[in-house]
Design a protein around this ligand. Structure first.
Ligand code: PGA
Length: 272
């Protein structure tokens, strides 16, 4: 792998933990408590956001209150209230203290059948509430084999954001590039491939919003089998400003090692 030093921007990198449905609320509370004590001063070097499942959110918000660790959600519905059995609105999430929401995760797109139109409505709801969506995009393995990744990802970005014209983009927007074939497989992609896709995403955003807005308001993350050993290879602050982590965020020791690696990258092995 061909490494070069990353240029340092003043902004701390972002680490988002997607806890999926891997923990009961009690287990999530336990992990949140130990993170609060163990992250300590590292929290100023990393922007840390944990996303528990819905039932665990109020407890985790309580445990992390006053700390530098923010709490996000893994999904949201687009309407604020109504007869929508089983759904959770942005109005509810905001009241609980969530200012960040993952939208369009590949598991929602496959299990929940969230297509680009549904994702667009959800992103718009999050932005309407002045919260930050983490919009997940990524191609499947067959699409990658066919060389379709730029087209697929570019169009996912464009379609998810078409209900959000530039004036709506007053707060930050986060896009997570998560190739489906890297999620939960242990097969993280080559860092250069992630950076290439970050460029594709950035271009799609520039086409939508213009360079000034993109520079000011957009973060691009990488997600898919990120762990404490490979994380520094992805966090190139020029192009990729953080990571979305599933499996490696579930065990305190492993997750802390990952946070530590992001907070103090090894000299000479910081990025491509
Ligand atoms: P992983 O999951 O880190 O376990 O691959 C990432 C995600 O699904 O967001």
């Amino acid at each position: 792998m061909n490494h070069r030093r990353r240029p340092l921007s003043g902004k701390p990198p972002t680490v988002v933990a997607n806890w999926k449905m891997q923990m009961t609320p009690r287990e999530a509370l336990r992990l949140a408590r130990s993170l609060r004590t163990s992250v300590g001063r590292l929290s100023s070097a990393v922007r840390l956001i944990v996303c528990p499942s819905f039932p665990a959110i109020p407890g985790v918000v309580g445990v992390l209150e006053g700390s530098a660790i923010a709490v996000g959600a893994q999904d949201v519905f687009w309407a604020d209230r109504g007869a929508f059995t089983g759904q959770v609105s942005m109005l509810e999430l905001r009241e609980l203290g969530c200012r960040t929401v993952i939208v369009g995760h590949s598991e929602r797109r496959s299990i929940g059948r969230d297509d680009n139109d549904v994702v667009a409505r959800k992103v718009a709801a999050v932005i309407r509430h002045r919260a930050t969506p983490i919009l997940c995009v990524g191609e499947s393995l067959p699409e990658r084999r066919d060389g379709q990744q730029d087209r697929i990802v570019g169009s996912q970005v464009q379609r998810a954001l078409r209900a959000c014209p530039p004036p709506m983009l007053r707060q930050r927007l986060c896009i997570a590039y998560e190739p489906l074939w890297a999620i939960g497989t242990g097969n993280a992609i080559e860092p250069q491939q992630a950076i290439d896709m970050a460029k594709v995403i950035r271009q799609a955003l520039v086409d939508l919003y213009g360079m000034a807005v993109v520079r000011r308001s957009v973060d691009i993350l990488y997600g898919g089998s990120v762990n404490e050993k490979n994380v520094v290879d992805y966090v190139d602050r020029e192009m990729i400003s953080g990571v979305l982590v599933g499996g490696a965020s579930l065990r305190q020791r492993e997750f802390l090692a990952l946070i530590r690696a992001v907070a103090s990258p090894r000299p000479g092995k910081a990025a491509l």
